[in-house]
Design a protein around this ligand. Sequence first.
Ligand SMILES: [Fe+2]
Length: 249
Amino acid sequence: EKNLFSPVQSDILEKRIPDHLRHPEGLWFGLSKRARIIIYTKADGRPEKLETYDDLADPSHKGDICMRSSSNIYNISLLASIIEHEGKEAAENWAKGVVANFARPAQGNDTANIEAVGAGECRISLVNTYYVGRMLGSENADTRAAAEKVGLIFPNQDGRGTHVNISGAGVLKHAPNRENAIRFIEFLTSDWAQLAFTEQNHEYTAVPGVSETSPVPGTDGFREDEINASALGVNQAEAVRIFDRAGWQ
Ligand SMILES: [Fe+2]
């Protein structure tokens, strides 16, 4: 949006990275991805009527939901995807419905919300997969035990799929070494580099078919929302306004 990127045409990048994970005109390319999933307190059992993001707004979950603040990009991107699929009005109703189910004002990062749900302070939350993977793969036994106290739901598996977002790269307009910059991004799509993303950061590879080894749930596959990631950026400003009106701090 700041007009800093220069379009890149690369057969390697176009072949390796699925369409929905890169900018339609080659301004940026997704290199790894994460999913935003529902977690619940395992000790209390899997909640009824909790298969989709929409279900989070169901009145049956009143007082059960802990959420990260709406200023965080992860929730902004999720709401941007809901705007794209369901329209602004439905997105606003959704945000209001979720706020009505809050156990407490929005607070904490994803890790804090995993701990809160595990400890039963609230029954339901939304977090990125790599935070769960990071905790499950921790060398600290207490951290691993905390992550094992939450159950996981990949939302919308019978519909549009679970919301995913990317980490990526592009070439700046004034990059002094444009050709090498492109070669570097191409290198980051190699099997070796892709595996480094999963092993070091517990994200999923953007390139399909690279065998992943990290402890991240969902590594063996799930249905993901395949709207182009650029729609998440386009709808961001609207998402922020909706969160404001809904009182999601
Ligand atoms: Fe993060």
